[in-house]
Ligand binder design. Structure first.
Ligand code: ATP
Length: 353
């Protein structure tokens, strides 16, 4: 099975272009995460796939079949929303069983299927309870169980964890990952939380202004961002980016020079990027080390974030070793390993090397 968004655009009646020529293809069994800032089109892409939203142009193909004209109920997909609505007067069992009753399965089969999925989601002890007798995390798992019990081809989840507190969110995330592995179904998951995307996704579709910016495995999104936008969106704190020019293996801003051998030489204005954890911190001056002054140190156990300045240039470095001997106002000397440098075109934002 495969899902193809073929040049899909969605314009709302008020003129908002929520999806702009979206091309995307993924295979059965993937855990695809739609990630992007608020308003980037993640929910719209999910709703268009489910059929809840009509597209303005393009096609959506599932298994080679054009599902664009099909209503939601004919698409064999289930959806879990942020505000999962459980039936308050039905038991957990009946809530999960509902899609099977609609499909008129025999009573024995229904009990079997509900028990199977309840076990997977570790809610088999609560089947007799009403939704209000559940914690937020348990109720969320009931909603997921209801979405999966009828074995849809694709399970669409729109920010399903955002109502949960931090710990529950983490636990439910782990369960979703296990569930995906055990069921082998195709999951499409919407989030604006990059950590959630990086841990859950087999691939991440990063959207910005309704356009696909990068579609890749999490590792590549982190280590080889396709554009400056991706580089600055992924990672906490974000990748450092400096605007300047590259001349004979040296990157120049107005007030700083960084050795950058091996990067693509271009006479265009460029952006040099380096992740905070790849900057090497030294206490003494030396070849290839650039002097900075420590402005602020933030302890983020077990690491320390060092916000440094040099004239007009500000950077953040993540020190993994003890740096409590350095105080604001002290000089530090930063090394930028050539293999940690990223280069982007300043005007288009595209990756150069
Ligand atoms: P968020 O993370 O905030 O949920 P999102 O990436 O899911 O955002 P969408 O909800 O898909 O974004 O919205 C994409 C764009 O379409 C936004 O600019 C939004 O304001 C707009 N939009 C969404 N629904 C409608 C609507 N029914 N009518 C008009 N514009 C809409």
């Amino acid at each position: 099975m495969s899902v193809i968004f073929d040049k899909v655009s969605k314009q709302f009646p008020d003129g908002t272009l929520a999806l702009d020529n979206l091309d995307l293809e993924f295979a059965k069994g993937e855990f695809v995460v739609f990630l992007g800032p608020s308003g980037s089109g993640k929910t719209t892409a999910c709703r268009c796939l489910s059929g809840l939203e009509e597209i303005t142009s393009g096609r959506i193909l599932v298994d080679g079949v054009d599902v664009t004209p099909l209503p939601p109920r004919k698409r064999n997909m289930s959806m879990v929303f942020q505000n999962y609505a459980l039936y308050p007067h039905k038991s957990v069992f009946e809530n999960i069983a509902y899609p099977l009753r609609v499909r008129k399965l025999a009573r024995g089969r229904i009990a079997e299927e509900v028990s199977r999925v309840a076990k997977l989601l570790q809610i088999e002890d609560y089947l007799d309870r009403r939704p209000r007798q559940l914690s937020g995390g348990q109720a969320q798992r009931v909603a997921v169980a209801r979405a999966l019990v009828w074995k849809p081809d694709i399970c669409l989840m729109d920010e399903p964890l955002s109502n949960l507190d931090a710990l529950l969110r983490l636990q439910t995330r782990t369960e979703l990952k296990r569930l995906h592995r055990e069921l082998g179904s195709t999951f499409v998951f919407v989030t604006h939380d990059q950590e959630e995307a990086m841990t859950l996704g087999t691939r991440i579709a990063l959207l910005c202004y309704g356009r696909l910016v990068q579609f890749d495995v999490p590792r590549k999104i982190y280590h080889e961002p396709a554009t400056r936008f991706v580089a600055e969106f992924i990672g906490r704190p974000a990748m450092n980016t400096l605007e300047g020019r590259l001349l004979e293996g040296v990157f120049h801003t107005d007030d700083t020079e960084i050795a950058a051998p091996g990067l693509l030489e271009t006479d265009r204005a460029v952006v040099l990027g380096i992740r905070p954890e790849r900057i090497v911190l030294h206490r003494a001056a030396g070849a290839g080390r650039v002097p900075f002054i420590l402005d602020v140190a933030e302890l983020v156990e077990p690491d320390t974030l060092l916000f440094v300045k040099s004239n007009g240039t500000s950077l953040v470095a993540r020190a993994t070793e003890d740096s409590s001997d350095i105080a604001p106002g002290d000089s530090v000397y930063l090394e930028f390993p050539p293999d940690a440098l990223h280069l982007f075109d300043q005007s288009t934002g595209r990756r150069l090397s």
